[in-house]
Design a binder for this molecule. Sequence first.
Ligand code: CU
Length: 167
Amino acid sequence: MRQLLAAALATTALLSQPLLAHEYEHGDLHIDHPWSRAMPSVATTGAAYLIIRNSGDSADTLLSASTPAAGHTELHEHVHEDGLMKMRELPEVEIAAGEQVEFKPGGYHVMLFNLQQPLDAGTEFPLTLTFANAGEIEVNVHVEDNGGEHHGHGDHDDHHDSHDHHH
Ligand SMILES: [Cu+2]
């Protein structure tokens, strides 16, 4: 009986989780496809990306993110300044009611400083997102070569957001 149940659960999990796509529901928040670009093992910084959708009637705010994979984490955005791409720390990111915010290369990202483990393709690490209303949501970030299977991102250029800014 117990084994039967376990088998049934395993089957359900397989069926409901298509390979590579992974998403999380927490209250009104839906987190889609947390991923990070693989980095050479000498890299000390990296970035994590995901999509946050708010299907609720009120806004929520991402206050912070943390992971054992990095010594220090910040919410960042890329801005164009004097013709240069620069990164800026954000105190928080609001997700308006009925809206979604996409963290992606060249835009919002969770900046990972002082990496505690190499970002090798095929590995994953936990990331805890803290929201003002929804509280904490833990997701698994998949490390991918280029996020290539990700739906419809057009920036396949190779400048790679090198993240070598100075703090
Ligand atoms: Cu950054």
